[in-house]
Each structure stands twice: as structure tokens, then as C-alpha cells.
Ligand binder design. Structure first.
Ligand code: NAD
Length: 729
């Protein structure tokens, strides 16, 4: 197997083509690196070679590092990681120096990278070591360094090279936020050097190689008198940059993402020393991050497991069930969003509401999203017309004829939903699957209105549909495998991430998020300082504190859910203390963000101003306050114990879905890799110890579930017991 092949033409240009066999996208492996190194040695040593072109045999350049490489390196411990990274630095540095005399900087061979399409991670770090980067004018291509998104940072010189090429400030969005650009924006941002018509890509790169002079080969940081753009740390401008960047990173990450801080340290410390020492510093920080369990967990959940679920890890083995024609009933907030994302993915959509006006409003929602896309130059007018043409808005159920999937998103009322079910079934053929987007009503109950309960399923989207990537698929008691496969294929078509769970009150995501909100509100009722509650949540990596979250989702919705839950549970209902606070807020008209008044105060434009001062009157703050860790444990355990119970009850059947669903569905502390990864990180015995203390202080809702206690007794981990096949990167 060869990932890299080399041919030399009559002009003396050696073309090294990256084309990993049997993969649609190039990824770098250790063997691949060795081949690249050998090809480079041969080209540099061959007197007939005048210049070297590195390109790809595929439509894209490369997707990044094979994550198994990281797993392999990690298995050998810190020294193995450091040595592995330094070996990569040596190859890339050899490319950069290209055989030139280190003193005179003369006599090297020009090396160019030609990127036909996407170039991510090492797929950009390799070009950054070359002397010039050409990219085909391919608007679909993505260029950038997304490592930070999975809890690591560019560790093959990308951090050091980009910071020195652009300056820390300009490099920040690419390094710290993982910003990806199309080729034209990448050129404008200074990531690459030239954008060329796709069919002229190689010719233009060769032309440059043949004309390149010694001076074209010397990187600014290898030339005498190099100064970092924007100023190195002890330069007045650099001082401002680094102090600001440090504060910004801490503000954004709340200190819980080790990669962001390590990256900044690598840039800062690297800027004070010569280039080769900077690479060594980068390698040390990279090793530090890889040794942190957070990076293992993030890569496993956000990359490996997410991808496995998207590829159908839990799909019944049936033929392709891709949706040809979709019906959406209810053109409100959710229905309109579902229609939009589906039409955007090329699916024909019939969008039905009770009145033509409401149906048209739903279609207009898609139009306004497309217009926003046009304003941001992400959508062309032709694309807008194409997508809108796929959505027909009507009140006529007869238009559903030929639909193979219908998603219902009408009011959250079992009676209304039952009527709609009957009408849909009368208008569609026996092969049509009917899905409900209910957020709270059990699927098995709603399926009673269906004459084909095996074809009835829950497909639960999150709001806003166009932004939220998780879709929760819920199997009712009688739901059959075809319905599950249809739902999964639909989610794949619209490029979202599915989890499949069994039916139970609130399914999985809402089941975990409601106790989080309730715990926050309960603390306010107890007299815990509301700011402590909110900040404790953020400091542990939750994107929103529980009080802000309930303001965003609306307090009247919380009241509605509380009333329905109380009615269903009777005396066993545990959240009376929460309701006292929640109902009083609703009675005072403080319904949350939409009412410009909730746990927070808002200005007339709806901008959040801070916690509502009236809270202190309604719920006086106690003289003695809990410590930060205790508040954080209460907020985290409220969620993770529910996740464990969902696994125990058989609602969750795969912990990978629990972890991925938690992060994508409600933003559960992404640094942790999700609830099960977090429990593995702290260890089940320690988790039970914390539960015991919390239960003693705050009540039986924190009692360790039997499963957790049993696992703690044997010091078991969730991933080794429930997902031993998953390779932790
Ligand atoms: P919405 O009130 O914005 O929209 C409901 C739409 O259904 C309205 O346009 C209404 O005219 C229409 N409708 C009502 N009865 C109808 C009927 N008999 N025939 C045709 N159309 C009818 O509500 P929404 O927020 O879009 O929620 C819809 C569903 O999605 C609910 O089941 C809700 O629980 C669920 N859901 C909501 C959210 C959320 O965040 N809002 C999230 C997930 C799921």
C-alpha cells in the first residue's frame, strides 16, 4: 500500500501525489509520514529534480491526521508522543529547508503544495511547511486547523508556523476557534498564497516552481532580522495582544479546556525563542494536552463516536431507506425548520398547516434563512430558488400522496396529534412512516392513534432546527426496524447526528436537562446566591447556567411541563420546591427571554442585563453559602445520574449515544466528553462517594443508582464495560 507516489516530468518537476488507497479522503498515518519522508529524500537527492510539487490524487487534499496515530502514540506514554511529534517536525522542517545551505540559505529546491479541495489539520500543516501554497478555486473546499474543536491543537508545526506567518492576533481565529475558510477567504486571510482555476492548478504551481529563486524559498522566520507580525510578547503591541488573548481565552473557556491554554502557551513561549526551539516547545505542550484525559474523551465523543453514529452504528440492517418525499405537518417554529433543512438537503417537502397563511409563514421562514445565507455569501440566489421550489405549502392533506415519511410538529396536545395521525394515514400509503416531533409525550401513547404502530416513531429535533445538530430518534414499544432505518437515513440525508433511544418520559435529552434546570432553581429557593449557581455552571463548562437556560426556553413551558409531570407522577412528584419559584415567576409575568423578564433582567431590546435584582427579595440569599465544588457537583450529578438511570432503564442502549447526545443536545460540558466519559474520568468509586455525600445533604434524588454502585464496587469504567470496542484516541 502506498499513500504517496512520485513521478518526475521532463522539466525536472517531481510531483508527489498523496492518494491513500481505499479511502475517499486522505488522512495521515505514521506509515504515510515515512513514505512522504522517503519520497522527499529521493527528490532532494536527485540532481535531475528542479522543484517539488505536493498534491493529491483525490478531489480534496486531506482531512487531517488519522486519529489512530494519536491513539498509538498515546499508548506509549508522554515520551513516545513527544518523540513521535518531533519526528514529524523533522520531516516538515526538512521540506521547509529543502536542502538549502543553513548559513547562506541558498541552493534549496522549491517545494509547492497544490490543494484541489479541502485541506484540514495536517492537511494544512504540511502545505504550511512548503514554500508556496496554491489552492483550486473550489468554493466547497474547507481550509483550516480544526484541532481545537476536538480538544487538541495543531501539533505538527501549524501553531508555530501560523503564529509566525500572521502574528498571534491574526492567527487566533484559525488556531483558537478552528475557523475554516473557503480558498478565496483563506487567501484573503493569509493562510494560503494563490487561488487558481481548478484546471490550471498544477500548471500554475509548476510554473512558479520553475521560476522560483533562492529568496522565494526562505521563510521569514529563517531570514535575518525576523520580527513576529503584530509584535512578540515583549514588544508593546505584542504585550497588548498576549495579555488580551490570555484574558479572552480564559473568558471563553472558563479554564476548562486544557488545549486552548496550552496552545496559547506554545505561541507565547515559542515567540521568545528561535524557530526550532519553538517547535520543541509546541511538541511539549502538545504532549501535555494529549496526556490530559479531556482530549481523549473529546476526540472519542466528538469525532470517533459521533462519526460512528452518523454512519449508522445502530441502524437495523435493511436496504437504503432514504426519504424521497417528505410531509411536514405543522408549519410553526419546528415544522418550518424541519422543512427548511430537508429541502436544503435536496428532499421534496409538502408543508401543511391548518391555514394557508400559517403554511406560507412556515415556507417564508425557509426563505428568510436562505436570504441570511445570501447576505453572508454562503448561498447563491439560484440555490435559494432551488431549495424554495422543493417546499410546497398547503392545507391539503391529499398533497401527501407519495410521501414515504411524514413528520408531525403540531401543538403539543395528544388530541390534536391523534387527529393529525388519522388524517395523515388516510392520505398516505402503507409504506409511509409517520414520525412525531413531540418533546414530552410518550411515543407509545401517541402510536395508539395509529393503525400502523410499527410504522410510528419519534424524531425529536432541537430548536433552532437549522443550528442544532442532534436528532433524537425514539422507538415506541411497537416501532419496527423499517421505521428506525427510515428515521436514521433521513437524519443522514439532512447531515445531522442521530441517537436512537427507547420510549420513556422525556426520552433522553430532556430527561437529563430538566433536573439540571430544576437543581439550579431549587438552589435559588434554598437561598444560594443566584450568581454562584450560574457561574458554577459556567466554570464547569456548561454553556448556559440553569437560570439562563430556563429563561431561554421559557418559564411558561417549564410550568406546563411541571404540571404535566406532577399529574403523571402524583405523590411521587419530587419538585414541589422548584415549582414554588417557577410558578411565582410565571404568575408575575416573568416568562423568560421572550417576555424580556425572567430570572434575568433584560433591556428594551431584549439584551440580557444581569440577574433580576427582585430575585433577592423573593428568595433572600442565605448568610452561609455552599462552596463552588458542591454547587458544581449538584448541577453535574443532577444530569449524569439521570443519564445513568436512562442506561439502567434501557432508554439508552449505547453509552456513545449518551455522551454524544449530551454534548450536542444540551451542551453538557464538552471538555468532559459527556456524562459517561466524565464518570470514567473521575472513577465510579469517587462518583459514588460524591453521590452519598450529596444524598445525605440534599435528599434521595442524588442516591447512586444500583448500576453505578455495582460498578464502583468493582472499580469498573463505563467504556470498558459497555463499549469496549471503542478505541479511545
Ligand atoms: P408552534 O406552536 O410554533 O407550531 C405548531 C404549528 O402547528 C402551528 O403553526 C399550528 O398552526 C400548527 N397546527 C396546530 N394544529 C394543527 C393541525 N391540526 N393541523 C395542521 N397544523 C396544525 O409549535 P412548535 O414549537 O413548532 O412545536 C411543535 C411540536 O414540536 C410540539 O410537539 C413540540 O412539543 C415539539 N418540539 C418543540 C420544540 C421547541 O423548542 N419549540 C423542540 C422540540 C420539539
Amino acid at each position: 500500500m502506498t499513500d504517496f507516489t512520485m513521478t518526475t516530468d521532463a522539466d525536472g518537476i517531481a510531483t508527489i501525489t498523496w492518494d491513500v488507497p481505499a479511502k475517499s479522503m486522505n488522512v495521515m498515518s505514521l506509515a504515510g509520514f515515512a513514505e512522504l519522508d522517503a519520497a522527499m529524500d529521493a527528490a532532494l537527492a536527485d540532481p535531475g529534480v528542479k522543484g517539488i510539487l505536493i498534491t493529491s490524487g483525490k478531489k480534496d487534499f486531506a482531512g487531517g491526521m488519522d486519529l489512530n496515530v494519536i491513539a498509538e502514540m498515546r499508548a506509549g506514554g508522554a515520551q513516545a508522543i513527544f518523540d513521535g511529534v518531533m519526528a514529524m517536525h523533522a520531516v516538515l522542517r526538512k521540506i521547509e529547508r529543502a536542502g538549502m545551505d543553513p548559513k547562506t540559505l541558498k541552493g534549496g529546491k522549491p517545494i509547492a503544495a497544490a490543494l484541489p479541495g479541502t485541506a484540514l489539520g495536517i492537511g494544512l500543516e504540511l502545505p504550511l511547511a512548503c514554500h508556496r501554497i496554491f489552492a483550486a478555486d473550489n468554493p466547497k473546499a474547507k481550509i483550516g486547523l480544526p484541532e481545537i474543536m476536538v480538544g487538541i491543537f495543531p501539533g505538527a508545526g501549524g501553531t508555530t508556523r501560523l503564529a509566525r506567518k500572521m502574528g498571534a492576533m491574526m492567527a487566533a481565529p484559525y488556531l483558537l476557534e478552528g475557523k475554516l475558510s473557503d480558498p478565496k477567504s483563506a487567501k484573503a486571510g493569509g493562510l494560503i498564497d494563490e487561488v487558481v482555476a481548478p484546471d490550471a492548478l498544477l500548471a500554475r504551481a509548476k510554473e512558479w516552481l520553475l521560476a522560483a529563486t533562492d529568496a522565494d524559498l526562505v521563510k521569514p522566520w529563517d531570514a535575518k532580522g525576523y520580527k513576529m507580525p503584530g509584535g512578540a510578547p515583549y514588544h508593546p503591541a505584542g504585550f497588548m495582544t498576549f495579555v488580551g488573548a490570555s484574558a479572552m481565552v480564559l473568558g471563553k473557556t472558563m479554564g476548562v479546556y486544557p488545549a486552548a491554554k496550552a496552545l496559547l502557551s506554545a505561541v507565547y513561549e515559542g515567540a521568545l525563542v528561535p524557530f526550532d526551539t519553538a517547535l520543541k516547545i509546541e511538541a511539549r505542550w502538545f504532549t501535555h494536552v494529549l496526556m490530559n484525559p479531556s482530549s481523549t474523551a473529546m476526540i472519542r465523543s466528538l469525532f470517533i463516536n459521533k462519526e460512528a453514529l452518523e454512519k449508522g452504528a445502530n441502524r437495523p440492517a435493511l436496504t437504503d431507506q432514504s426519504v424521497q418525499k417528505l410531509g411536514v405537518i405543522g408549519a410553526g417554529m419546528m415544522g418550518a425548520g424541519i422543512a427548511y433543512v430537508s429541502a436544503n438537503a435536496g428532499i421534496q417537502v409538502v408543508l401543511i398547516d391548518a391555514t394557508q397563511e400559517a403554511a406560507d409563514r412556515g415556507r417564508a421562514h425557509a426563505e428568510s434563512l436562505l436570504d441570511k445565507g445570501i447576505a453572508r455569501r454562503k448561498v447563491t440566489p439560484e440555490k435559494k430558488a432551488e431549495v424554495l421550489a422543493r417546499i410546497s405549502a398547503t392545507t391539503d392533506y391529499a398533497a401527501l400522496a407519495g410521501c414515504d415519511l411524514v413528520v408531525e410538529a403540531v401543538f403539543e396536545d395528544p388530541k390534536v396529534k391523534a387527529e393529525v395521525t388519522a388524517k395523515v394515514e388516510a392520505a398516505t400509503g402503507p409504506g409511509c412512516i409517520l414520525a412525531t416531533n413531540t418533546s414530552t409525550l410518550p411515543i407509545t401513547g401517541l402510536a395508539r392513534a395509529s393503525t400502523r404502530p410499527e410504522a410510528f416513531i419519534g424524531i425529536h429535533f432541537f430548536s433552532p432546527v437549522d443550528k442544532m445538530n442532534l436528532v433524537e430518534i425514539i422507538r415506541g414499544k411497537q416501532t419496527g426496524p423499517t421505521a428506525v432505518a427510515k428515521a436514521l437515513d433521513f437524519v443522514r440525508q439532512i447531515r445531522k447526528t442521530p441517537i436512537v433511544v427507547n420510549d420513556a418520559r422525556f426520552f433522553f435529552a430532556n430527561r437529563c436537562i430538566i433536573p439540571y434546570i430544576n437543581e439550579g432553581i431549587r438552589m435559588v429557593a434554598e437561598g444560594v446566591e443566584p450568581a454562584l449557581v450560574e457561574n458554577a455552571a459556567k466554570l464547569v463548562g456548561m454553556p448556559l447556567g440553569p437560570l439562563q437556560l430556563v429563561d431561554e426556553t421559557s418559564i411558561d413551558l417549564g410550568v406546563k411541563i411541571a404540571k404535566a409531570t406532577r399529574a403523571a407522577m402524583g405523590d411521587a412528584y419530587p419538585d414541589g420546591a422548584v415549582d414554588t419559584v417557577l410558578f411565582a415567576m410565571a404568575d408575575a409575568g416573568r416568562l423568560g427571554k421572550k417576555a424580556n423578564a425572567g430570572f434575568y433582567a433584560y433591556d428594551a431590546q431584549g439584551k440580557r442585563e444581569g440577574l433580576w435584582p427582585g430575585l433577592a427579595t423573593a428568595h433572600p440569599v442565605a448568610a452561609s453559602q455552599p462552596d463552588l465544588t458542591e454547587v458544581q457537583h449538584r448541577l453535574l450529578f443532577a444530569q449524569v445520574l439521570e443519564a445513568v438511570r436512562a442506561l439502567e432503564d434501557g432508554v439508552l442502549t449505547d453509552i456513545r449515544e449518551g455522551d454524544v447526545g449530551a454534548i450536542l443536545g444540551w451542551g453538557f460540558a464538552p471538555w468532559s466528553g459527556g456524562p459517561f466519559s466524565w464518570l470514567d474520568m473521575i472513577g465510579t468509586p469517587r462518583a459514588v462517594e460524591i453521590c452519598d455525600a450529596l444524598a445525605a445533604a440534599h435528599g434521595p434524588r442524588f442516591a447512586a443508582p444500583t448500576l453505578l454502585r455495582e460498578m464502583a464496587a468493582g472499580n469498573q469504567q463505563f467504556y470498558s464495560r459497555f463499549a469496549p470496542q471503542v478505541n479511545a484516541a
